[in-house]
Design a binder for this molecule. Structure first.
Ligand SMILES: [Zn+2]
Length: 244
């Protein structure tokens, strides 16, 4: 299994990183992509990446864009080592119309950067699923993972038709919306993510990369196929996309 999205630089994972990685290995996780958020955290994500088991993904929260130009610079400087650009995207949960204008401007820059450097995107789209998919299609993005997608299945299907992936967090265990999404999307468009330390199977608990097994189990159950097949297929898809 490969966890395409989590935050190993965040507490309570960061201070017990060795333990977290050991447990992940023992649970059958073969690689982890840790996402840096903002310039400082991106530096930390690079620092803990060993490019054998932990790989960096560099981005910034759409609702806290200070220093985004430094993140772009960091991605450029590390373009041969960064496996994903993100999380980046749109967040319409908070904020004003002016905030949304800025979010869209910055998001467009990251989409263009992804195309220019040939590095796939991983997208945050809270309360903005439709708009994020629209922008990605409009700007001709081709290598895309929609992370913890909270939009309608009909919008997801437009993305899937373009070959976009949707990474499924362990919170699918308590989210009817995620279960519906998995039902509607082909296995060919699904990947596994933990988003640890958040989005655990149980509300309020600390999440860990090893819990991507829960996502895989739910996918197998919903699709009526074996867990082994889900693990094999999704790992292969992830390797192809990320070239790891
Ligand atoms: Zn995240």
């Amino acid at each position: 299994m490969i966890d395409v999205h989590c935050h190993l630089t965040e507490e309570p994972l960061a201070s017990r990183l060795d333990m977290v990685l050991k447990e992940s290995r023992e649970a059958g996780v073969n690689a982890i992509i840790t996402s840096g958020i903002g310039p400082d955290d991106c530096h930390r994500a690079l620092a803990i990446s060993d490019y054998q088991y932990v790989y960096p993904s560099l981005g910034i929260e759409p609702y806290e864009l200070e220093g985004y130009d430094q993140v772009i610079e960091l991605i450029r400087r590390n373009k041969d080592r960064v496996v994903l650009i993100g999380e980046v995207g749109l967040d319409y949960y908070f904020g004003t119309r002016e905030d949304r204008e800025l979010q869209r401007k910055v998001f467009a820059e990251f989409i263009n950067l992804s195309k220019e450097l040939d590095i796939p995107l991983i997208i945050h789209s809270r309360s903005a699923g439709k708009y994020a998919i629209d922008m990605l299609i409009e700007h001709g993005a081709e290598q895309v993972i929609m992370h913890a997608f909270d939009g309608k299945p009909s919008h997801a299907e437009r993305g899937a038709a373009k070959g976009y992936f949707f990474s499924v967090p362990p919170s699918i265990a308590r989210s009817e919306q995620k279960q519906k999404l998995v039902k509607r999307l082909p296995l060919e468009n699904l990947l596994l993510e933990s988003d640890a330390p958040v989005l655990a199977p149980e509300r309020g608990e600390v999440n860990h990369p090893k819990n991507i097994r829960v996502s895989a189990e739910w996918i197998a159950r919903i699709k009526g196929i074996s867990l082994e097949y889900v693990l094999e297929k999704l790992t292969e898809q992830t390797k192809t996309l990320l070239r790891i």
